[in-house]
Ligand binder design. Sequence first.
Ligand code: FAD
Length: 494
Amino acid sequence: MNPTKKLRVVVAGGGTAGWMTAAALAGTLGDCIELTLVESDAIGTIGVGESTIPPIVLFNRLLGIGEAEFMAATQATFKLGIKFENWKDVGETYFHSFGTTGKDHWSAGFQHFWLHGLSQGIEHSYDDYCLELKAALEGKFAHLPDDKMNYAYQLDSGLYAAFLRKRAEGDGAVRIEGKIAEVELDGESGNIAALRLDCDRRIAGDLFIDCTGFRALLIEGALHAGFDDWTHYLPCDSAIAVQTASVRPPVPYTRAIAHDAGWQWRIPLQHRQGNGIVYCSRYLDKDAALERLLGTVEGQVLTQPNFIRYTTGARRKQWHRNCVAIGLSGGFMEPLESTSIHLIQRAVLRLIRMLPGGPVSERDIAEFNDQQLTDMDQIRDFLILHYKVTERRDSPFWRHCAALPMPDSLAQKIELFRETGRVFRKNEELFVENSWVQVMMGQGIMPESYHPIATKLRADELDKFLAMLRDSVAKTVAGLPDHQTYIARYCAAQ
Ligand code: FAD
């Protein structure tokens, strides 16, 4: 490799994926690469993607982003989890929090002790042992020492992209406005040689990042990487989003409210609320979906409805030749557990670890694809769980969901939990054991047995242990400030 020759990286697209990629690459490797980002204001971005999960806190930290500045710039609120309404059955609610519930023993998760407690007549809800969950439902938040409060953000994705753009440009990224009219391939290698814009400009590069969203202009349009369609697992294929004025202080959680052909989201930000309906077009048509959305939102509607069609699934090769797909170009599953922005983050950080020092290595490509696709498979399984394991049979959609096929990996996880109360996190899986426990129990699976270690505690010891955990949660929550007051104070102090 010629050390004086910088790697020319071209990012195609400037949505959340494009600017997260550009900001991370420029911020970490700005001196060794030449970074160009092409985007088209005329085409615009998808305009949704406001709810995140805790690793984004780390992403911002890695980029040296000050949290209060970020929150003020993106009108963000804190998020402690997701409240699922009408999923197990109509009228039933559960909460998937980002926290730890109770205290695990090395040999057995807390759920085993809680289950033993139940059998002994200690009938407190599993929820009473989780700080983040109780704080969320009381509308409270504060940073606690030792990162004891695990959180993410609800943010305005347009503002986040603009915020990252400023940073990326500050770190040397060059933005070019224009429409990509053609992807030019090198006749010999089959790699992408350049992007040709409609203004006749040609942008050559060594490594191309496809952040063109669902269009996937480079990875699919030019390189035909292939797509695995997961509609048979995740049947929703349509969404409509609108923004509304806030009618009450923002809560520190996202709401996912199931309806008879999908679900609706409510994401409270500082300055407004994001709302949307996700549905399966086989069971609900567009007009009925819009009517349902507009009939249920609270507050003045601020935007025109944004209609989105998608196919759930994953690009078979996330990195193919000299092109890496990041964002929606790499695939899309479901907004249900707010995992898409996280997959962008994972891909960018992975790419930084594997950035070619010379020609692209096939081994890097294979490793990247394996890791990224494993993440996607695991997230897919977690999402299917919400649709498949439900007692709802009240509509053709939910009856269809109950009959969905299940990947073996998910069947193993569910049946193991059902029989033994055990759940294991494999291969750096995103969702930890407690996430699985909360959602499996929330959707209606109650383990038939539990680990015998839980029975080693005498009845009075168990009672004391569980009471101590509940008291600690309750006391901490009682001392927390109100979420909105905390944000106002925190952002003002930056
Ligand atoms: P886009 O935003 O579509 O950006 C594509 C970019 O490519 C744009 O800049 C566009 O101008 C450019 N482009 C395209 N074609 C050309 C061309 N020919 N020439 C030049 N430029 C071009 N994720 C979450 O993490 N949390 C959520 O709560 C969440 N909710 C969602 C809800 C729905 C209904 C959907 C569909 C997705 C949701 N997502 C969510 C996913 C999230 O929106 C995306 O992961 C994120 O916005 C990244 O999108 P993107 O940048 O890949 O694509």
